[in-house]
Structure formats: structure tokens, C-alpha cells
Design a binder for this molecule. Structure first.
Ligand SMILES: Cc1ncc(COP(=O)(O)O)c(C=O)c1O
Length: 226
């Protein structure tokens, strides 16, 4: 991304963990990047999946905001907090940047009930811990099965996994359709240039099992002798 900067670059988005790959940059990698990006270019660090990170991977993004006036950190209540239906998130930046955002944001963009729920959610550490634990268990359940099925997947720090469901460029769409017919909805990612892959969200143990069983049936026609 550093190498791609030109005189026209104004804004850089970095999602960490990234969607749909689930890949993760360490705090040091982020800090090094911020130090190298010229300060007239704004860096948005999208931390929508931050709360799923284990303690040893957490880094202090707020300290980075204090250090870098060209950094804006954004978070969401849609993921680990389970409040996607409330349509609520927040960002943290130095006053010069938040002032710019305030000038163009829509008035009344977050309703007061959503704000009340979010404040309560911020104090509900037990719910976050439970979600993170379930997520880690689900990750084990799914990746163990992928390995047994001989499917290539990318290590993920989010609440989803990118799995390669075939060798040809029609694989993602074909397996997605077969899954849909069994009532299982995953995310095709051909629009990210990944036509052989599907992104599956990690669910509850029974949901993961239902997905795996549907996936096995969806792949079966490709392996008639299995
Ligand atoms: C990386 C990333 N950022 C932000 C969002 C936005 O979530 P929301 O608009 O629900 O807060 C998503 C949702 O999929 C995401 O994957």
C-alpha cells in the first residue's frame, strides 16, 4: 500500500482484521505504516473485528490516535457486540479530523435508543468474552473439518473463514448455489477476485455442523468416488 501512494492519494483504508481474508497486522506493523505515510494522507484503520482478537494480539489504537493526527480508527457494534440491526459504530481521531467528519455527516444519524444500547454493551464484557470464546471454538470446529475434507483455508483473526471450495473459477458460485438449495447462506467473494473461494461466518456449534454437512453434500458431485 505504501508503494501504491501517488501525488493523488488522499485516503487509505486498512481493515484489521481484514474482511474477507481474516488476515491480521500486528500493532507494530500498523505503527510502522502510520509512521511512513505522509501526514497529509488520512489513514482509516477499520477495526470492525477488533473485539475477536485474543489479548496477546490487541494493540493500543487509541495511543496511535494520540500520536498520529492523520489516523482515524473506526469500530462497529455490528460484529462482536451483536447489534448489527441498530446500525451503530464510532470513530476516534484527533479534533481536526473529527471536525471534518462532523461537517459532512448526516444530522440525527445515530438514534438515541441505539446510543443507549451501545453504552450498555460497552460494559458487557461477559457477552464479549462469551462471543470470543464461541468464535475460537467454532474456528477450531470448521478448520478441523476443512483439513479433513482436504480444503485449503486462510488463517483468520475474524469471525469468518475464507475457504477454497474448488480448483476452477466456477467453484465458488457452484458450491454457493448448492449450499443455498440446502438453506445455508455464505458469502461468495468473486467480487473480491476470489471466484474459487467462499467466506463462511463462524456460528454456534450446531450451525457450524449444519454448514459442514451441507458443504460436504455440495462438494460430493466433484468427488464421485469419495
Ligand atoms: C471490515 C468491515 N468494516 C466495517 C463493516 C461495517 O459494519 P457496519 O456497517 O454494520 O457497522 C464491515 C461489515 O461487514 C466490515 O467487514
Amino acid at each position: 500500500m505504501l508503494a501504491a501512494i501517488t501525488s493523488k492519494t488522499k485516503l487509505i483504508f486498512v481493515a484489521n482484521p481484514n474482511n474477507p481474508t481474516g488476515s491480521f497486522l500486528t500493532g507494530k506493523e500498523i505503527a510502522d505504516f502510520l509512521g511512513a505515510v505522509p501526514q497529509h494522507i488520512v489513514v482509516v484503520l477499520d477495526e470492525a473485528y477488533n473485539e475477536y482478537l485474543p489479548a496477546e494480539q490487541q494493540y493500543d489504537a487509541i495511543a496511535m490516535v494520540r500520536q498520529y493526527p492523520h489516523l482515524l480508527v473506526s469500530r462497529s457494534f455490528s460484529k462482536a457486540y451483536g447489534l448489527a440491526g441498530l446500525r451503530l459504530g464510532y470513530s476516534v481521531a484527533q479534533p481536526e479530523l473529527t471536525d471534518l467528519l462532523n461537517r459532512i455527516r448526516q444530522p440525527f444519524n445515530v438514534n438515541t435508543l441505539a446510543q443507549a444500547a451501545a453504552i450498555a454493551a460497552l460494559f458487557d464484557q461477559e457477552f464479549l468474552d462469551q462471543g470470543a470464546t464461541l468464535n475460537r471454538q467454532g474456528y477450531q470446529q470448521l478448520t478441523t473439518a476443512f483439513t479433513q475434507m482436504g480444503l485449503h483455508y486462510l488463517p483468520s483473526s475474524g469471525n469468518f473463514i475464507l475457504v477454497q471450495v474448488g480448483a476452477d473459477d466456477g467453484a465458488g458460485a457452484r458450491v454457493n448455489l448448492a449450499l443455498l438449495k440446502q438453506g445455508v447462506i455464505v458469502r461468495p467473494v468473486a467480487n473480491y477476485g476470489l471466484p474459487k473461494w467462499l467466506r463462511v461466518s463462524i456460528g454456534l456449534p450446531a450451525e457450524n455442523a449444519a454448514f459442514l454437512s451441507a458443504l460436504e453434500k455440495s462438494l460430493a458431485p466433484l468427488h464421485p468416488h469419495a
